[in-house]
Design a protein around this ligand. Sequence first.
Ligand code: NAD
Length: 303
Amino acid sequence: MQILDGKKLSAEIKAEIADTVKKMVLSGKKAPHLAAILVGNDGASRTYVASKVKSCEEVGFKSTLIRLESDITQNELITQINQLNNDDSIDGFIVQLPLPKHIDEEKILLAIAPEKDVDGFHPMNVGRMTLHLPSYISATPKGILEMLNRYNIETEGKHCVVIGRSNIVGLPMSLLMQRRSQPGNCTVTICHSKTNDLSKYTLEADIIIAALGKPKFLTADMVKPGAVVIDVGITRVDDASTKSGFRLYGDVDFENVSKKCSFISPVPGGVGLMTVASLLQNTLSAANEEFYKKTIDFSVDNI
Ligand code: NAD
């Protein structure tokens, strides 16, 4: 069994990005600039945004964190988004989810200019990703593709079972794994909360991508020997014995599944770190004029 080491890979990707940024700056271009909007005071969201901002600094990007009160109105938030859409010094930006209940997330995602939507959540980017056109691929699925690619895991002709169908992980992941590319070319089964007899599918899977948010859900008896197991889940469970007061758990019973599979990503130290690295890659693309043009050019010549 081999560990899919997100820490090592993300460090590798960040070093590559830092190198590119250095060359950009030496050639007279400006460093890529990522902005993040954080609404409210949610502990997990604060941690995620802080790690994104820190990663920007590590690779030489400029970053701007915009913190807004949790009682901000939807219209005020949209005004802030429009300012970023129109600010030429910002290459890409994200709005950290989840948002407070009184704000309609769908409307907020629609307000982001697709060419600055480095989280890849705008319907335009999701649609273009589905059609295999230039687009920003959302960070977590993109990070998983990168992980499969950098560990040379052959996916062609394999049966991939994705557990979870959310717009940010399960659904795009299932679409990406069947695309005509490497990684890709899989036969994909997408399972969700209404799937009957889930084990029937997971036991036939060569690759399992678990993204449901239920600690240690995928147990060894659900996994075929030699399968590749990617654990996307991150759940905070209270634990007074730790300094932070909580412990992070994945969706996979790592201890027992790892004895049976060929590759496995740990939590922490797996997909989560790849997600941040992918966001940086998307921001680098956003700062690249050629990519930007392709992403917003809808002429037939470009398809
Ligand atoms: P979500 O709650 O939006 O979706 C969960 C999905 O799991 C749903 O589609 C649901 O149908 C499915 N599901 C729930 N119970 C199930 C069951 N018993 N059997 C089969 N399917 C079931 O969650 P999400 O946003 O997709 O996130 C999933 C997990 O991944 C969470 O733990 C989240 O924290 C984590 N996550 C991690 C990263 C990262 O960077 N590593 C990024 C995003 C999400």
